[in-house]
Design a protein around this ligand. Structure first.
Ligand SMILES: [Zn+2]
Length: 421
C-alpha cells in the first residue's frame, strides 16, 4: 500500500495542474507591503483555527500587526498555534515554510529566521517561484475580475463575480452601470440590459466562469420569483436615495439569479458556486447546503455548475447531486486543507459513485501566495492516497489511477472552464 502511494505521489507531484480558484492579488506588485510572516500567514484560514482554539479576536488583531515586535506576538499566539498546528490549515503553513524558506516547523525557535527569509523574498519573481516552480500550476482561476485592472495572465485566468449584479452590493452595481453607459440606470429593463452587457464584456475579456458567493449572507435556495416582485423592489431601491449594501430583498436577488442563469444556460457557461463551510468564525452553515440548489440544477440543464469546497460537510449530498445531474460538477477547491482526511475519504467514495470526469481536485483558495504551495502539496498527497486505496481494493490498476489523476487535476478543469488552447 505504501509503495502504491509512493509511486502515485511521485507521478502526481510531476504533473503541471490547473487551479480552479484563488483570491490572490492579480498582479505581484499589488501584494500587501506593510506585513511580515505572521501578518500574512494569519490573514485567514489558520487564524480561524486559532480563534476556534481560544485565541481572542483582539489578540488575533495584535498578532497580525507587523508594527509590533514579532517575539511578543509569537508568545501570544503560541499555545493556540501548538493546539492547532496538526490541522490542514496548520500543516499547509509548515509545508510552505519548508518548501519556500527551508525552515522545518514554525515555532518559537524558527519564527525570527523564517520572518527574515520571508521578508527577503518579497521581490519580483516570488509568484514565478511559488505558483510555477513549487506548486506547478498551469493557470489559477482568479475570483474577482476587475475590468480596469487586469490580472497577470501568465499566472491567472479571471472569473467574474456576480454578486454586484444581483443586488448584493447594489451601490457598486449602479456605479458600474454608469461607467459602462455614461448614465445612471433608470428602469428595471435598463438594469437587466446592463447586467447582460457587463457579463458579455467580462466574457469577451477572458473570464472563464461566473461566480456566486452568496452562501455567506443568505440561504442558497433561489425561488423562481415573479418579475413584478423584483421590479417593485428595484423601484423602491432606486427612489430611496443612498442605499446600504444589502438594500435589495431576497426576491430581487432570486429574480436576478434566475435571470443570470438563463443567460448562462443560453451560452453554456460555467458557474462556480460556494457551498459548505464559510470562512471566518461563526455563520449559518445550513444556508450553504448544496441541496438548496437542487431547483437550479433542474431548471438550467446547459449551465455547467461547478460546486465549491466539495460541499463540506455536505460532501455526500454533493456526491448524490453530481451522480444524478449531468450539469453538476464537484470542485475540491479549499477542501484539502479544510480536512485532509475528509477529502481522501470523499474522493475514495466518489470514485465508486460519480464518473471521474465530474471532479476537479485542486483549487488553492488562498489570499496569500505561500499558502498555495502548502495546499497544492496536501492536495497531491490526498489524491495519491485515495487512488492508492482504490488500486489496493482492485477497483482499477495503477496505470488507470494515473489517468484518473490527470483527469482530476488537469483535463476536467480544462474542459469545464474551456482552457484548452
Ligand atoms: Zn474562495
Amino acid at each position: 500500500m505504501e509503495n502504491l502511494y509512493e509511486q502515485l505521489y511521485e507521478f502526481i507531484s510531476g504533473l503541471t495542474i490547473v487551479d480552479t480558484h484563488e483570491h490572490l492579488p492579480g498582479r505581484e506588485e499589488d501584494r500587501p507591503k506593510e506585513t511580515d510572516v505572521l501578518g500574512e500567514y494569519l490573514t485567514h484560514y489558520f487564524s480561524c483555527d486559532l480563534v476556534s482554539a481560544g485565541l481572542s479576536k483582539n489578540d488575533l488583531e495584535r498578532c497580525r500587526d507587523a508594527s509590533l515586535p514579532l517575539a511578543g506576538r509569537w508568545r501570544l499566539v503560541e499555545p493556540y498555534w501548538n493546539a492547532a498546528r496538526h490541522t490542514g490549515y496548520g500543516r499547509s503553513l509548515d509545508i510552505a515554510a519548508r518548501e519556500l524558506y527551508g525552515i522545518e516547523g514554525i515555532s518559537a525557535a524558527t519564527i525570527e529566521e523564517l520572518n527574515g527569509r520571508f521578508v527577503a523574498s518579497r521581490k519580483p519573481g516570488h509568484y514565478q517561484k511559488t505558483l510555477k516552480e513549487k506548486a506547478r500550476i498551469r493557470t489559477s482561476l482568479l475570483d474577482g475580475f476587475q475590468p480596469d485592472k487586469p490580472c497577470d495572465r501568465r499566472f491567472f485566468t479571471p472569473v467574474f463575480r456576480l454578486d454586484l449584479y444581483r443586488g448584493m452590493f447594489a451601490n457598486g452595481s449602479a456605479s458600474a452601470y454608469e461607467k459602462l453607459n455614461g448614465v445612471s440606470p433608470t428602469g428595471f429593463d435598463d438594469w437587466l440590459e446592463a447586467t447582460e452587457k457587463t457579463i458579455g464584456a467580462a466574457l469577451a475579456a477572458g473570464c472563464a466562469a461566473l461566480k456566486i458567493g452568496d452562501a455567506y449572507n443568505r440561504p442558497l435556495y433561489y425561488a423562481d420569483t415573479p418579475r413584478a416582485d423584483a421590479e417593485a423592489e428595484y423601484r423602491r431601491f432606486r427612489s430611496g436615495g443612498k442605499p446600504d449594501a444589502f438594500a435589495f430583498s431576497e426576491n430581487f436577488q432570486n429574480y436576478m439569479t434566475h435571470f443570470v442563469l438563463r443567460l448562462a444556460d443560453e451560452r453554456g457557461m460555467s458557474v462556480q458556486i460556494h457551498t459548505g463551510l464559510q470562512e471566518g468564525n461563526g455563520n449559518l452553515l445550513r444556508n450553504a447546503d448544496p441541496l438548496l440548489l437542487n431547483n437550479l440544477f433542474l431548471a438550467y440543464p446547459n449551465v455547467v455548475f461547478d460546486i465549491f469546497h466539495m460541499g463540506y460537510p455536505f460532501e455526500h449530498t454533493l456526491s448524490a447531486l453530481a451522480k444524478n445531474f449531468t450539469n453538476v460538477h464537484i470542485d475540491m477547491c479549499w477542501a484539502h486543507i479544510i480536512s485532509p482526511a475528509a477529502s481522501v475519504s470523499a474522493l475514495y467514495e466518489w470514485l465508486d459513485s460519480v464518473p471521474a470526469n465530474k471532479i476537479s481536485a485542486f483549487g488553492g483558495d488562498y489570499c496569500f501566495v505561500d499558502g498555495v504551495v502548502g495546499h497544492s502539496i496536501i492536495a497531491r498527497q490526498n489524491v495519491s492516497r485515495a487512488l492508492a486505496m482504490k488500486v489496493r481494493d482492485g477497483a482499477f490498476d495503477i496505470e488507470q489511477a494515473k489517468d484518473i489523476a490527470q483527469m482530476l487535476l488537469i483535463r476536467n478543469p480544462e474542459r469545464i472552464f474551456k482552457l484548452i488552447d
